[in-house]
Design a protein around this ligand. Structure first.
Ligand code: 5RP
Length: 289
C-alpha cells in the first residue's frame, strides 16, 4: 500500500494506516468547526481523555488541537482544513480552505481533511478547494483525507451510486484516503475507488450492536477502517464502545465477540457524565449530517 508516494507522505500515512494490518482507527471530533459545542463534545479535553489510549489517529480542528490536546501525545493528527460554514446556514456546503498546508505541517499534522459536497449548490467551490489543498499539501508531502460530505438537503443520499460517484471524484483529484459513509452495496463503492476508504459513523445509532455491525460490514466489504465520532463520544460508555470497534478493526473480532467485550467494559466507571442540560434541539442539530 502507498508504494506510489514519496517518503515523507508514506511516513505520515503509515501513522494513520497501520503497517501491521493496513487498518485505520481514527476518532473524529472535528464536528465543532460548524456545529459548535456539539452534544458529547462540549469539553473536548474531558471527552477524549479516556479515548486517546485506544486510537491510532485523531481528526480535529487546529484550534482544539492547540487548546485540548497535549503535545506529548503519541498519535497521528488529521486536521480539519475546510470550513467557513456553520449549522445556522440554510445548508452546510459553503466551505473553503481554512488551514494552510504550512500551518498543518507546523502543527505536526499527519494529514489534512477537506470536505466536498457533490451535488450541492457549492459542489464546484468545494471541489476547487480540494484541488487547492492537494496542490498545496503536495509541497510538503502532506496527505489529504477527502471527505464526501452530505449537507442538510442530501442527508438521505447515502446510497451506492451517489457515494461511488463522490468517492471516485475525490480520488481522481488526488486525495490519499477517502472518507465516506457505509451503504448497501458498499463493496462496489470500494471497488470503484482507487484509494483506501474509511467510513464515518454518521448520527448516533440506537444500539452498540448497530455500531459494531456497521464497523464489521464496512471492513468486510473493503473499508480499511473507521473515522468515527458521534457513535463513540455521544454513547453512554464511549471508551467501552471504542474498544469494541477497535476489537473489530485491529483484532479481527466478530460482532458477537466485540459486543461481549463492550458488555464487560460498560459499567459505572466508564459511563459518560452529562455535564449540561441536553435539549431535543441539541440532539437534532447534532444529527443533521
Ligand atoms: C464532519 C466530519 C465528521 O468528522 C464525520 O461526520 C465523522 O463523524 P461521525 O462518525 O460523527 O459521522 O467529517 O463533516
Amino acid at each position: 500500500m502507498f508504494d506510489h508516494v514519496g517518503w515523507g507522505k508514506k511516513n505520515r500515512l503509515r501513522k494513520i494506516v497501520q503497517q501491521e494490518d493496513n487498518r485505520v482507527l481514527m476518532l473524529a471530533i472535528d464536528h465543532g468547526y460548524f456545529m459548535g459545542p456539539t452534544h458529547g463534545m462540549e469539553k473536548p479535553r474531558v471527552a477524549i481523555h479516556e479515548l486517546l489510549p485506544h486510537i491510532d489517529s485523531l481528526m480535529l480542528s487546529p484550534g482544539i488541537l492547540k487548546t485540548d490536546v497535549d503535545p506529548d501525545q503519541d498519535l497521528a493528527f488529521v486536521l480539519r482544513a475546510s470550513g467557513g460554514n456553520s449549522v445556522l446556514d440554510p445548508d452546510i456546503d459553503d466551505e473553503e480552505l481554512i488551514l494552510s498546508a504550512k500551518e498543518a505541517v507546523r502543527l505536526n499534522a499527519s494529514a489534512i481533511a477537506i470536505s466536498v459536497y457533490i451535488g450541492t449548490e457549492h459542489q464546484h467551490q468545494t471541489l476547487l478547494t480540494l484541488a487547492e489543498a492537494i496542490n498545496e499539501a503536495a509541497e510538503y508531502d502532506l496527505p489529504v483525507l477527502g471527505v464526501t460530505a452530505v449537507g442538510k438537503k442530501l442527508k438521505d443520499k447515502k446510497e451506492k451510486r451517489y457515494l461511488a460517484l463522490a468517492s471516485r471524484i475525490v480520488a481522481e483529484y488526488g486525495a490519499d484516503i477517502v472518507k465516506t459513509y457505509y451503504c448497501d452495496g458498499f463493496s462496489e463503492v470500494v471497488a470503484k475507488c482507487p484509494v483506501p476508504i474509511v467510513i464515518a459513523g454518521g448520527p448516533k445509532l440506537e444500539t452498540y450492536e448497530d455500531v459494531l455491525n456497521l464497523t464489521y460490514k464496512a471492513l468486510q466489504e473493503g473499508a480499511v477502517g473507521v473515522d468515527m465520532g458521534r457513535n463513540i463520544w455521544q454513547s453512554e460508555h464511549p471508551a467501552a464502545i471504542l474498544q469494541g470497534v477497535k476489537a473489530i478493526v485491529h483484532g479481527g473480532a466478530s460482532v458477537a465477540e466485540a459486543l461481549e467485550l463492550v458488555g464487560t467494559l460498560a459499567n459505572a466507571s466508564t459511563a459518560r457524565q452529562e455535564e449540561f442540560e441536553v435539549t431535543q434541539e441539541d440532539i437534532e442539530i447534532s444529527s443533521l449530517h
